[in-house]
Design a binder for this molecule. Structure first.
Ligand code: PLP
Length: 487
């Protein structure tokens, strides 16, 4: 059965640029008659400050503007339209109620410069979230300052440096498995360390024997993603931690995939010294679109003195900021993180409770493994290890299959990542998808597998139902046209 959901729009429905819609004399506003004497702008401001003409000034009516942007908005794929299986990104549906809580008047009108005494409720929210995240991760203290996952990584590695420096030697290298997210080596370099790659074994896990031979006195830490970007739990992570600690090095965990662990497994229980979370993946803020994010860093007690400034403190007179922390790595962001994101996270955690979070995690794992089973007869799985919240297949034509999925009404999976899998098709359904939605997605991928055998051209030339068929991705990246010119 073919389940193509969209029909190709007529070319006349393509959308012109706003500049091209412009025609002289149109406008989208009406001003009331002046009730004061008119002033000549040149006289009032001086001719140097008054333009005679604004080049390419857009003149359009209200209906032109509304239709232009509304039409464009219908071209976007969104989590509110359907499954968004972009592996590693955790594109899940976020309950609207948390949005409503974050928009509560008292929270949206608060200002970071108002006196501490008048913001006691906000302190209480931040403190409650820090404690909840500490409990979920099994760590002792949390900072909510970093604004993204990569920002949390940098903050964490700066803390590693500060802690080792306090012991006398910051050391030189940080180990990173070859299955790591691309932000890991970038953060490590920014913090002034060298990156040392560690290979994965044929089960898609860190090769612990190689690791044991690699760690020496020059190694400051390992940065390990768990579950890793293959969706595989690093089953020997406790052993990894013992090896690192025995040589005086620290264990940093990239916890962006915490939606595979929350409520089930706590990194603090198996030797992790510090880690970050992506609230804009796991805890109810949409990921992507360049919107505000949050990458809190959770640490064990010995690292607590190095957390960024300021820290929340409770004194007999109430909540306030504590700046008196001589060993801190300093401030990493203005104020104390993206407050709205933090409110949503706390609302989500409190609405779920421990049992609910565990349930969400189990559903994420169930959904990924259900899809894996449906697809395994039709696509080659990259690693024969148990899947957690995502599964990785491989196919020579991964890019074309992804484009063909668009014709079937789905957002593509992650293409060609992780890099250690040639032709990677990385699929993360998340816990919010129903069996019906997953069945429809699997059906589309299975139909495409059949097309690849019977009518490969159809797949290789996809997409066929979009306004623009194939864009030149290299030219778009290398020679972007950012300025409109009158033709
Ligand atoms: C998303 C992600 C990151 C980076 O998070 P940003 O908020 O995009 O900076 C880091 N590691 C992993 C494993 C991720 O999935």
């Amino acid at each position: 059965m073919t389940v193509i959901r969209k029909v190709r729009p007529h070319p006349s429905q393509n959308e012109a640029l706003l500049f091209e819609l412009s025609s002289p004399g149109k406008s989208g506003y009406q001003l009331p008659k002046l009730d004061v004497p008119a002033v000549d702008p040149v006289e009032a401001l001086g001719s140097a400050n008054v333009r005679q003409e604004i080049p390419d000034f857009v003149e359009v009516s209200e209906v032109d503007v509304i239709r232009h942007f509304t039409r464009l908005s219908t071209w976007n794929y969104a989590i509110d339209l359907g499954l968004y299986p972009l592996g590693s990104c955790t594109m899940k549906y976020n309950p609207r109620v948390n949005e409503a809580v974050a928009r509560t008047e008292g929270l949206t009108w608060i200002h970071p410069y108002q006196p501490d005494q008048s913001a006691q409720g906000a302190f209480a929210i931040l403190d409650a979230l820090e404690r909840a995240l500490a409990e979920i991760t099994g760590m002792d203290a949390v900072t909510l300052q970093p604004a993204a996952g990569a920002h949390g990584e940098l903050t964490g590695i700066l803390m590693v440096r500060a802690a080792l420096e306090a012991r006398g030697n910051p050391r030189k290298k940080v180990l990173i498995p070859d299955s790591a997210h691309g932000t890991n080596p970038a953060s490590v370099r920014m913090a002034g360390y060298e990156v040392l790659n560690v290979a994965s074994n044929e089960r898609g896990m860190l090769d612990v024997e190689t690791l044991a031979r690699t760690v020496d006195e020059s190694v400051a830490a390992i940065m390990i993603t768990n579950p890793n970007t293959l969706g595989v739990f690093e089953a020997r992570i406790a052993e990894v931690a013992r090896i690192m600690h025995a040589r005086g090095a620290l264990v940093y965990m990239d916890g962006a995939n915490m939606n595979a662990l929350a409520g089930i497994s706590r990194p603090g229980d198996y030797g992790v010294d510090l880690m970050h979370l992506n609230l804009h993946k796991t805890f109810s803020t949409p990921h992507g679109g360049g919107g505000p994010g949050s990458g809190p860093v959770a640490v064990k007690q010995p690292l607590e003195p190095f957390l960024p400034l300021p820290r929340i403190q409770r004194t007999p007179s109430g909540w306030s900021w504590n700046y008196d922390r001589p060993q801190s790595v300093g401030r990493v962001r203005a104020f104390y993180g993206n407050f709205g994101v933090l409110v949503r996270a706390l609302a989500y955690i409190m609405a779920h409770g421990g049992d609910g979070l565990k349930r969400a995690t189990l559903d994420a794992l169930l959904n990924a493994n259900y899809l894996r089973k449906l697809l395994e007869p039709h696509y080659e799985i990259a690693y024969h290890a148990p899947s957690m919240h995502e599964c990785v297949f491989r196919h020579e034509a991964t890019g074309a299959i992804a484009k063909r999925l668009i014709d079937y009404g789905f957002h593509p999976y992650t293409v060609s990542f992780p890099l250690i899998v040639h032709g990677a098709m990385m699929i993360e359904p998340t816990e919010t998808e129903s069996k019906q939605e997953l069945d429809g997605f699997a059906e589309a991928l299975i139909a495409i597998a059949r097309e690849l055998k019977e009518t490969p051209e159809l797949v290789l030339t996809a997409p066929h139902t979009t306004r623009t068929a194939k864009v030149d991705e290299v030219a778009a990246a290398r020679k972007p046209v950012l300025k409109w010119r009158r033709p």
